[in-house]
Design a binder for this molecule. Structure first.
Ligand SMILES: Nc1ncnc2c1ncn2[C@@H]1O[C@H](COP(=O)(O)OP(=O)(O)OP(=O)(O)O)[C@@H](O)[C@H]1O
Length: 613
């Protein structure tokens, strides 16, 4: 059905608009696969109404033909905050669906006209947190009308705050099942459509992204709105460490008086690696991609001040933490992808890409882990790592060590290695000291999770989610982002736990993943400024299996056992006694006989919105 300009104008007049005074533009268009609509542009959104629906009172149930669901007749809207691109696509076919045959099928006709498309985000109705791109194509016979609409919609999209314009992208081609490059190819069109410039590096070796993040100047870094990792948690950790180890200045974690290394008072940690040329062939003691750091730590971790190593141009270009503008992004292609699951609620590269182009932002707590000695006999000086999700010893370290031998198996290596390590049932003697957090300091009641054998009790869980009240609450104990600093140091009360542990774990976030749907700590938050220390004492194998099955179950209670201690804390220290395991920091090996750790509230920002649970 064609309608001339006059008739369209009459239609617009007849339709009116509920917000006439806010209306920016209003005009008749043909919406592809829908038919004639009256489209209205408001400052916050676009809305359209089907022309036929203005004349009938039919209950709109939508229709389908051969299983294909057609667009509903109801009023429809696109918020500018959900749109990431609008583009003119010139003259071409638009399909009108105007007639329904006896079987309810819509029979359409196609006509040629000028067209423009709007790219936006659609939230899945069946799967929470899953986002898909949606494209709406509008047609009009007048080119200038289309051009004007494109320009106006563009103006509104460009006014949306926080949208990235330029991103540095690292792709790990070896992530997960070797999917890194393919994953990037799938999401790259979204960035092109959103006109986000991307500078893409596909890594050739482990540690390359780390080295690049270390050596990039602040000036160049500031020219990007963020850095993306296309890979798994380990790859993200590599990029995070490249940035933080070279730029984040902070005191070492606090420790109790009898801990062997109390450097806290006078030293500021800054591992500035900028001027060191890192030889990719250098071999690291722990075979970790961050080897170059360990190498440098021996000679370079001192009381370095930024100006010691930074050239004139970088002195002018500071890179503060937390950074109001610069964000990290993660497109999942790894084997576990726990960080993405905790920050977007799903493990989907498209959803993550859409979070990024829409400029979503959340703050993330980051744990700083300082190793003082790699083994009991080593003379090695200290070394620093940052963790975004989890640091674990014993079972967790043994599984990673074992799984590295079976990397060729892909993600299945974790099941295989996990079974082997479970059957071994090794426990490790250690002493753990942690800062006590009183009930009123974190706003929740009781952290020590205890129950009767066999009668796990459900704890009160306030899961982290979009616009989380806990993460957005003002911290009672210390200012956001601040380390545990001098005035608070003497107030810290240290508690200790010594014994044989199957595992010692420190969760920064819940660590949800496909194997543990609620994560190890279901009520951990992305940026509340707390670590969850999980100590699993030696127990019969059957009980440990029970704990693991609870972990694997949605709604399970993996922490409600007598052999499990759960402490919410700001900092802890660890010293192994006797037989040693290895630490696993965000999935990467980190040998440590003695370490101390602290958490920085909201130290970095991520392009994500939080899980929509
Ligand atoms: N080109 C490369 N070749 C080999 N290894 C690489 C390369 N680029 C990066 N790496 C290393 O691969 C390791 C694992 O990568 P990644 O985290 O992406 O995948 P994954 O281990 O399969 O997933 P997850 O960490 O989610 O379990 C990281 O430590 C990273 O340093």
């Amino acid at each position: 059905m064609k309608r001339d300009k006059e008739e369209e104008d009459r239609l617009v007049l007849r339709t009116g608009s509920p917000n006439v005074k806010d209306t920016v533009l209003c005009c008749g268009f043909v919406l592809d696969h829908v038919g004639e609509v009256v489209l209205t542009l408001y400052p916050d959104y676009l809305s359209w109404i089907r022309v036929d629906s203005m004349f009938d009172n039919d209950q709109d149930t939508g229709s389908s033909c051969l299983g294909i669901q057609f667009v509903s007749k109801r009023d429809t809207t696109i918020k500018h905050s959900d749109a990431y691109a609008v583009e003119l696509i010139d003259w071409g076919l638009i399909h009108e669906s105007v007639l329904a045959n006896a079987t309810g099928c819509l029979l359409g006709q196609a006509s040629e006209m000028f067209r423009f498309t709007i790219h936006c985000v659609q939230k899945s109705k069946t799967q929470p947190s899953l986002w898909t791109p949606a494209v709406y194509t509008f047609g009009h016979r007048d080119l200038r009308t289309c051009q004007m609409w494109v320009a106006r919609i563009n103006t509104f999209i460009n006014m949306e705050a926080g949208r990235p314009k330029s991103l540095l992208v690292f792709v790990n081609p070896r992530s997960g099942k070797g999917n890194g490059c393919r994953t990037w190819e799938v999401v790259a069109p979204i960035f092109r459509q959103a006109r986000v410039q991307t500078k893409v590096f596909v890594t050739c070796r482990a540690g390359q992204a780390f080295d690049m993040m270390v050596s990039i100047s602040n000036r160049e870094l500031n020219s990007y709105d963020g850095v993306l990792a296309v890979g798994g948690d380990g790859f993200f950790n590599e990029i995070l460490n490249g940035l933080l180890l070279s730029r984040h200045k902070a005191p070492y974690p606090p420790s109790p008086k009898d801990f062997g290394h109390s450097h806290y008072k006078d030293e500021i940690t800054l591992v500035h690696l900028k001027d060191k040329c890192i030889d990719p062939s250098e071999q690291n003691e722990d075979q970790s991609p961050l080897l170059s750091t360990s190498e440098l730590n021996r000679s370079q971790i001192k009381n370095l001040r930024p100006e010691d190593n930074i050239g004139q141009s970088d002195r002018e270009a500071d890179f503060p933490f937390p950074n109001a503008r610069f964000r990290f992004g993660l497109i999942p292609a790894g084997s576990t992808d726990a960080i993405v699951m905790c920050t977007t609620g799903t493990r989907d590269p498209i959803t993550s890409a859409l979070h990024i182009v829409l400029g979503k932002r959340i703050s993330l707590d980051i744990a700083q882990i300082v190793r003082w000695k790699a083994t009991i006999t080593s003379k090695e000086e200290m070394s620093v790592r940052y963790a975004a999700s989890f640091a674990g010893y014993g079972f967790y370290g043994d599984v990673i060590t074992e799984s590295e031998r079976y990397r060729w198996m892909g993600p299945k290596r974790y099941d295989f290695a996990g079974t082997k390590v479970f059957l071994r049932h090794s426990s490790y003697e250690a002493e753990v000291a942690y800062v006590e957090v009183k009930k009123d300091e974190d706003g929740t009641a009781g952290f020590r999770t205890k129950s009767f054998w066999g009668l796990p009790r459900k704890s009160e869980r306030v899961a982290c989610r979009v616009k989380c009240n806990v993460c957005n609450a003002k911290p009672a104990q210390r200012p956001a982002e601040a380390p545990i600093n001098e005035p608070h140091l003497h107030e810290l009360k240290w508690l200790k736990s010594r014994g044989n542990f199957l595992s010692v774990g420190a969760a920064v976030i819940s660590c949800r993943n496909e194997k543990a749907p609620d994560g190890l700590v279901a009520d951990a938050h992305l940026s509340d400024g707390f670590l969850h220390l999980i100590l699993i004492k030696d127990c019969p194998r059957a009980f440990y299996l029970w704990h693991l099955t609870q972990l694997a179950r949605k709604g399970g209670n993996p922490l409600n056992f007598d052999f499990v201690e759960h402490h919410k804390t700001l900092a802890f220290t660890f010293t192994s006694i006797g037989k040693e395991s290895i630490w696993n920091v965000d999935g990467e090996l980190f040998p440590a006989h003695q370490l101390s750790a602290q958490v920085f509230r909201g130290l970095v920002s991520l392009f994500a919105d939080g899980p929509d649970v």
